[in-house]
Design a binder for this molecule. Sequence first.
Ligand code: PNS
Length: 159
Amino acid sequence: MAVSAVCPGSFDPITLGHLDVIERAARRFDHVVTAVVDNPNKQSMFALDERVAMVRDEVSRFANVEVVAFEGLLVDFCRERDIGVICKGLRGVADFEYELQMAQMNLRVGDIETMFISTNPTLSYLSSSLIKEVARMGGSVHGMLPDGAEQALLERSRA
Ligand code: PNS
C-alpha cells in the first residue's frame, strides 16, 4: 500500500532546512504533498501563489513530491487527500514543545499521526523569520535558502 505524507508550512520563504526535510521525506514515503499554508494569523512577506511557485521550483526535481496551497485545518486536508502522516522537521528543543502540542492536537482532532525528521545539524539554525530579519537589515543570507528564493527575498527586502 502506498503511504503518503504531508510536509506543511508557511514557506515564507522556503529555506534549505525545509528543502532538506522535504527531500528526506520523499525518500521515506511513496508520495509527499508539500502543503503551503495560507495562515490568516500570520502576515507573510510573500503572497501564497509566490510561495507555492518558489517551493515548486525547488521540488520539481523530485518525482514523488507535489506542491499545493491550502487553507483550513490540516487534518481535513489529510482526510480529503487520504494522507496518513504529517511529516515535520524538528530543529531543537525550541521547536519541540509547540510541535508536540500540534501533533497531539492533530491526533485528537483528526486521528492523524505526526512523524518528525531531525533536521540536518548544519541547517538547524535556519528559520524563515530570522532569514527575513537578516535580509531586511542588509546582512548576507547566502547559502541559507535556494538561489531563486534568495533572489526574491533580496528584491522584496529592498522594496
Ligand atoms: O511554517 P509554519 O508557519 O511553522 O507552519 C505551521 C503550520 C502551517 C504547520 C500550522 O500552522 C498548521 O498546521 N496550520 C493549518 C491549520 C491547522 O490545522 N491548525 C491546527 C494545528 S494543530
